[in-house]
Design a protein around this ligand. Structure first.
Ligand SMILES: C[S@@+](CC[C@H](N)C(=O)[O-])C[C@H]1O[C@@H](n2cnc3c(N)ncnc32)[C@H](O)[C@@H]1O
Length: 240
């Protein structure tokens, strides 16, 4: 602080000069931090703890994969041999891009991905930031691919609302959209892989796949967390 005299010679204290906006914002940052710490919900805290303990998260970081989900596709491929050099691949629900990386590494010739969320660009991958249900979107994906896909992947998952049945129905709905896209577009003998949830409400999807593919399996890769209801359907030999 400094001391100043006014026009009548009275002394008064003057506080040091401040940049008001800077002080206001730093005060509010501190406040926000406190709120964030206090309001981190139990489930968010559990998620953070799980991420820190999860060996697949560490492996993915070390290997440069954008998501631990990359290992689910790698394990599916080790068991079912779905990734081929020269493949044309559509990946539905791609963000942040772990599956896209695995498909690219396997030597796919053409890759198109779509997600509601932004995805950092990748060499030789065409990315759409959009909803698969948007009118005309499937035509845009096909135009970008330039020819029928040999493989359609879907790891799409609806944002969970915490109500088991609702989450289940919404994710199965996305798998049905993906299956219909595959059936409308795959080459003969093509492959479809999608995330589904275990238990109930899958009858229609299974029927649809069994009528259209020679071989339909369900499998939960080891990297899929045991407590997660997700599993994967692997449909091979599209009848065309
Ligand atoms: C589990 S993440 C995918 C992870 C991805 N396979 C990877 O390896 O990085 C599921 C994604 O599905 C996307 N999704 C959900 N509904 C969608 C929709 N209607 N259209 C496009 N993407 C959708 C979500 O935004 C989310 O990013």
């Amino acid at each position: 602080m400094t001391v100043e005299e006014d026009s009548r010679g009275r002394r008064k204290w003057k506080p040091p000069a401040q940049k008001p906006e800077q002080n206001a914002s730093s005060r509010s940052t501190v406040k926000k931090e406190k709120v964030r710490k206090k309001t981190l919900s139990k489930s968010s805290r559990e998620w953070v703890d799980r991420q820190l303990r999860d060996p697949y998260v560490r492996r993915a970081q070390e290997a440069g994969y954008r998501a631990r989900a990359a290992y689910k596709l790698k394990e599916i491929d080790e068991k079912f041999h779905i990734l081929k050099r020269g493949a044309r691949v559509v990946d539905l629900g791609s963000a942040p891009g772990g599956w896209l990386q695995v498909v690219a590494e396997a030597g796919a010739a053409k890759i198109v991905g779509i997600d509601l969320l932004p995805i950092d660009s990748m060499a030789d991958v065409i990315i759409f930031e959009a909803d698969i249900n948007e009118p005309g979107m499937t035509d845009k994906l096909m135009a970008a691919l330039g020819d029928r896909p040999t493989l359609v992947l879907s790891d799409m998952a609806a944002n969970t609302v915490g109500h088991k049945q609702t989450d289940h129905v919404r994710t199965v709905g996305l798998a049905e959209v993906a299956a219909q896209f595959a059936i409308d577009n795959l080459v003969k003998n093509g492959t479809f892989v999608a995330k589904v949830f275990q238990g109930g409400a899958q009858g229609t999807l299974l029927e649809l796949l069994k009528t259209n593919f020679d071989d339909v399996r369900h499998w939960k890769p080891p990297s899929s967390r045991p407590e997660s209801p997700e599993t994967f359907v692997i449909a091979r030999g599209f009848r065309g």
